[in-house]
Write a protein that binds this ligand. Structure first.
Ligand SMILES: *Cc1c(COP(=O)(O)O)cnc(C)c1O
Length: 384
């Protein structure tokens, strides 16, 4: 009997073209902050229809720099969703902000604009920043968020780590709306495209893009027109802010540009798999995600509704059959670090209910229909 391969919940797709793009940079003069970075930034901006893209070392770095560039600082209030990866809220804690959460819409897992409105109405202190997450690649209800943004004056970040290649309800690409201050993408290997580690901030504001560019490389400027001290020799540079080393390397950027050319193909494959799951899983005690032709389907999350087994038992059964299920996510406020900040179980009931029974099943462009059938068959057995 041949060994069955492990089916990952998500997985990078690297081909010879990608490898050639990386090795070409390795043979060139620049390994970091050379021409491949600019080319990748251009390509990203064109793809997502945003005039400015800044490549950084990770989405976490991009979220952190966006907070700083938006002037979020010690004591400021930031609101986000509990149904996300920790980096979404950690990045606000990095700048000394106070974090709080807004509960989700159980139909989508995205922050509920209704819950946001209720919380805004009741809050004595209003947030300076709200960070929304396009959970699983399904775009948030943007018009409702923009209406609240107009009324209450907060800045808006879209954590689009799941959503490069996804579209809003109006069919436009995530990242393209100038009413959002900053949209942040991730290029971790499980995400829609990869650069190994990597991320990017897209914005429609040139001052914000300039600031993030400045901060990603130590807060240093080499542009004489920007110098505080004038008439300096050619070697001179100056540090004007406390920045970081959050640069992406050129060989990562070359991989990103090569990957981006394949993104539409990756999206088509993800959407086709997402369309096939309901028929394959029909009749099982599972709640499936609602259909969405605009979603990037970074994740396919189901809820186990069976009374005779548990999510954790199904998880173990599928892992034993080399099926890479996962859980995205335990709500952020349930982690010990956040409980030490004062959050308690029961505070965000919709997120906590959503988490119970939650399971991500494999969906990525490298999956065959035979792989998908293997996933469905394993689920059928474990839920029998
Ligand atoms: C992956 C992820 C991040 C962090 O991305 P990195 O590039 O690994 O830093 C942030 N937010 C969400 C929602 C993510 O899924």
């Amino acid at each position: 009997m041949t060994e069955l391969p492990f089916i990952h919940y998500s997985c990078q797709q690297i081909d010879d073209e990608d490898i050639a793009a990386v090795t070409a940079v390795l043979r060139s003069d620049f390994l970091t902050q050379g021409p491949a970075i600019e080319a990748f930034e251009q390509a990203l901006g064109t793809y997502a229809k945003a005039p400015h893209a800044v490549a950084v070392s990770s989405a976490t770095a991009g979220l952190h720099l966006s907070c700083i560039a938006l002037g979020i600082t010690c004591g400021d209030l930031v609101w986000t969703t509990p149904m996300s990866f920790l980096a979404t809220s950690n990045s606000a804690l990095y700048v000394g902000a106070k974090i709080d959460f807004v509960d989700i819409d159980p139909a989508t897992g995205n922050m509920s604009p209704h819950a946001l409105e209720e919380k805004l109405k009741a809050a004595k202190e209003k947030p300076k920043l709200v960070t929304i997450v396009h959970y699983t690649g399904r775009a948030c209800e943007m018009e409702a968020f923009y209406a609240l943004k107009d009324k209450y004056g907060f800045a808006l970040i879209e954590d689009a780590a799941h959503a490069l290649g996804a579209n809003y309800a109006n069919g436009k690409p995530v990242g393209s709306d100038p009413r959002t201050e900053a949209t942040v993408f991730s290029f971790h290997p499980v995400k829609p495209i990869t650069t190994g580690e990597g991320g990017a901030v897209l914005t429609h504001s040139k001052p914000l893009a300039d600031k993030i560019r400045h901060l990603r490389s130590h807060g240093i400027t080499r542009d004489a027109a920007q110098f505080v001290h004038q008439n300096k020799p050619a070697w001179y540079y100056e540090q004007q802010s406390l920045g970081y080393n959050y640069r992406m390397t050129d060989f990562q950027a070359a991989l990103g540009t090569s990957q981006l050319r394949k993104l539409d193909r990756f999206m088509a494959a993800r959407r086709a798999l997402a369309q096939s799951y309901p028929a394959l899983l029909s009749g099982l005690p599972l709640q499936l995600p609602p259909p969405d032709s605009h979603s990037g389907w970074h994740l396919y999350v189901v809820h186990i509704t069976s009374k005779s087994t548990t999510r954790d038992a199904v998880f173990a059964a599928l892992r034993a059959q080399k099926i890479g299920v996962n859980v995205h996510y335990m709500p952020i406020h349930l982690h010990p670090y956040y409980q030490n900040l004062g959050f308690t179980p029961g505070q965000f009931p919709a997120s906590e209910a959503f988490f119970s029974g939650l399971l991500s099943i494999p969906l990525h462009p490298g999956m065959s229909s035979a792989d998908q059938q293997r996933v469905a068959a394993a689920l059928r057995t474990s839920l029998a």
